[in-house]
Design a binder for this molecule. Structure first.
Ligand code: THU
Length: 136
């Protein structure tokens, strides 16, 4: 069901720039307009300046005028190419996704392959969350 998104993430995984952690991550998201955006983690010699794959994909989507994410697939591998398991989005990425989604509806697909993945909603990953509606 999420083959297109998972394969989209796998296609860009080798673009991940992770010379410090050796942990490569890629994300591919679908917006409510039907468009797809990918992102990879981009690390930096000044470690905190690095950006996660999911945040990168969200930034690309929002920069293109998108405002609502429906689903996102996340894949990863280490420098040896070993299976890194199901990559769960970090806390900052969860909050960034929260800004541009309905948490009960957003599907987060943590994938090893197109046929092997875990599916959770953002609400399950980030319960009782703080979002834009608090600031209206
Ligand atoms: N990373 C992501 O890209 N997304 C996550 O949700 C978890 C962590 C990246 C950040 C860093 O480049 C590497 O994985 C190791 O933490």
């Amino acid at each position: 069901m999420y083959e297109k998104l998972i394969n989209g993430a796998l296609e860009v995984l080798d673009n991940s720039y992770a010379p410090y952690s050796g942990f490569h991550v890629a994300a591919c998201l679908l917006t409510d307009t039907g468009n797809i955006y990918t992102g990879v983690n981009v690390e930096n010699a000044s470690y905190p300046a690095g950006i996660c794959a999911e945040c990168n994909a969200v930034a690309k989507a929002v920069s293109s005028g998108e405002r609502h994410i429906r689903s996102i697939a996340i894949v990863g591998k280490d420098s040896k190419g070993s299976d890194s398991g199901y990559i769960s989005p970090c806390g900052i990425c969860r909050q960034v996704l929260r800004e541009f989604s309905d948490p009960a509806e957003l599907k987060v697909i943590m994938a090893k392959s197109a046929s092997d993945y875990k599916e959770m909603t953002l609400e399950e990953l980030l319960p009782f969350s703080f979002g834009p509606e608090y600031l209206k």
